[in-house]
Design a binder for this molecule. Structure first.
Ligand code: PEP
Length: 246
């Protein structure tokens, strides 16, 4: 049985004060319905780790370097994330793929770094509107997963969470219908059969794209949707914990 995970991607939104207020608000309203993780910007990770200590809420980064250490100005390594108490990081978010040209090869290298340092990789996949209109969503997602499926060991999948995020639904207020989302989640799970039946059964596949407290319950009720990767709504403690309750 897969335990649901609700993950809040704060993107480039935070301050010392808002981090404290948001996390205190979340802790005040959170039950124990599901696994919960927050992904603040880099400068606030240590603060989040400290504020959430002992709460069971995990802290993750929104990105990680593909290299181990050294002359990579501006990069943050997986070892550093582990050192400050992070347990996870997002890789391959569509904003990184489209705005910063991140390739599937780079996503694999970043994933390997996270795994090497004992962190969980939340790997994002998803098609653009044009790709969906052309009926190519399955081909796009399969291509984004191909290197992971080919190159990672079976045991690596214990620390991989996939997030299906249709680009047309991110930050747009437009959500995939539960049926649309379930169909592609089932496809993603079927792809994982190439790694093994056990991996396909156990790997959590989150849905992301304008998830709110009002639409979360019907999305999460789908058999292959194992929680959500939440952007905008994760910046509001009441909305975010409402999604966790769903
Ligand atoms: C995201 O950025 O991962 C995301 C799903 O954003 P939003 O919930 O705002 O659509």
């Amino acid at each position: 049985m897969r335990r649901l995970l609700v993950a809040g991607n704060w993107k480039m939104n935070a301050s010392v004060t808002s981090t404290e207020q948001l996390l205190t608000g979340v802790l005040g309203q959170l039950g124990s319905e599901c696994d919960v993780a927050v992904f603040p910007p880099f400068p606030y990770l240590a603060q989040a780790v400290q504020t959430l200590a002992g709460s069971g809420v995990s802290v993750g980064a929104q990105n990680v370097a593909a290299e181990e250490a050294g002359a990579f100005t501006g990069e943050v390594s997986a070892a550093m994330l582990a050192d400050v108490g992070c347990q996870m990081a997002i890789v391959g978010h569509s904003e990184r793929r489209t705005l910063y040209g991140e390739s599937d090869e780079l996503v694999l290298a970043k994933t390997r770094q996270l795994l090497a340092h004992g962190l969980v990789a939340v790997v994002c996949v998803g098609e653009t509107l044009d790709e969906r209109k052309a009926g190519r969503e399955e081909a796009v997602v399969a291509a984004q997963m191909a290197l992971l499926i080919r190159d990672l060991a079976v045991a690596d999948w214990d620390r991989i969470v996939l997030a299906y995020e249709p680009v047309w639904a991110i930050g747009t207020g437009e959500t995939a219908t539960p049926e649309q989302a379930q169909a592609i989640h089932a496809f993603i799970r079927a792809q994982l059969q190439q790694v093994g039946a056990d991996v396909a059964e156990k790997t959590r596949i989150l849905y992301g794209g304008s998830v709110k407290a009002a639409n979360a319950a019907e999305l999460f009720a789908q058999p292959d949707i194992d929680g959500g990767l939440v952007g905008g709504a994760s910046l509001d403690a009441t909305e975010f914990t409402g999604i966790c309750r769903a």
